[in-house]
Design a protein around this ligand. Structure first.
Ligand code: SAM
Length: 232
């Protein structure tokens, strides 16, 4: 059971991504939009195959697509409308699998609505993507098995979660031995004051609950506390 403040944050974030935002044009800052510049050609080509409604609801802040993904099982935390899942779907191929999980129903519904479209577009016999509705702090409740993924990715989501350690502990549980976590996120170089932290739009825009650079430079980094090894 989430603490009352955490539950309120979840509600506000769901409202922001489910009701306030309809497309990336509605974003009130450019904190979570990244240009496609510098993206490798093969990923740009995969992006061109993704349905325009899915693309129009992209709110990510970076590229979380490692190399050599054929046949991999990948979990996307906070998958939104599914843009990254559909790019990865093409890269893992028919024998790989992508699971996207998001707590905002509207986002999951948009992602699911284009499952058949993409299966056909990519020339697959059966879908290799599954979308789940649930919280990334509670992966088992959403039906995600322990030690079942080669890779976990997340694009601009962990900053929105009040209990980040909990997310990292969950990631550690669901990764196979030797599996890897790749995430793109927003970092703050200064401590953010409590009154700014309670600003709902700024929180929703990934600007106030960001991981802080000083935290990531502590002798025991949060990833290590969560059970995930050094970032390199
Ligand atoms: C900035 S958007 C990024 C969405 C997607 N990764 C993308 O690149 O378009 C943040 C997403 O994280 C989801 N989210 C935030 N906190 C979450 C949580 N605790 N559990 C599951 N999803 C969460 C929101 O519903 C929203 O869809």
């Amino acid at each position: 059971m989430a603490a009352p403040r955490d539950a309120e944050i979840h509600k506000d974030v769901q409202n922001y991504y489910g009701n306030v935002l309809k497309t990336s044009a509605d974003l009130q800052t450019n904190a979570c939009v990244t240009p496609a510049k510098g993206v490798p050609e093969y990923i740009r080509k995969s992006l061109q195959n993704v349905h325009e409604e899915v693309i129009s609801r992209y709110y990510g802040c970076g590229l979380v697509v490692p190399e050599h993904l054929e046949n991999c099982r990948i979990l996307d935390l906070g998958s939104g409308s599914g843009r990254d899942c559909y790019v990865l779907s093409q890269l893992v191929g028919q024998k790989g699998h992508i699971t996207g999980i998001d707590m905002t129903k509207v986002q999951v519904e948009v992602a699911k609505a284009y499952l058949e479209y993409h299966t056909e577009k990519f020339g697959f016999q059966t879908p290799n993507v599954t979308f789940l509705h649930g919280q990334i702090e509670m992966l088992a409740e959403a039906g995600i098995q322990k030690e079942s993924y080669d890779i976990v990715i997340s694009n601009c989501v962990i900053n929105l979660v009040p209990d980040k350690q909990k997310v990292l502990r969950e990631v550690y549980q669901v990764l196979k031995y030797g599996g890897e976590l790749y995430f793109s996120d927003v970092y703050a170089s200064l401590e953010v004051s409590e009154d700014i932290k309670s600003h709902k739009v700024l929180w929703g825009m990934c600007s106030v609950s960001s991981l802080s650079v000083s935290v990531s430079q502590r002798s025991t980094p949060p990833c290590k506390e969560g059970g995930v090894g050094p970032l390199g």
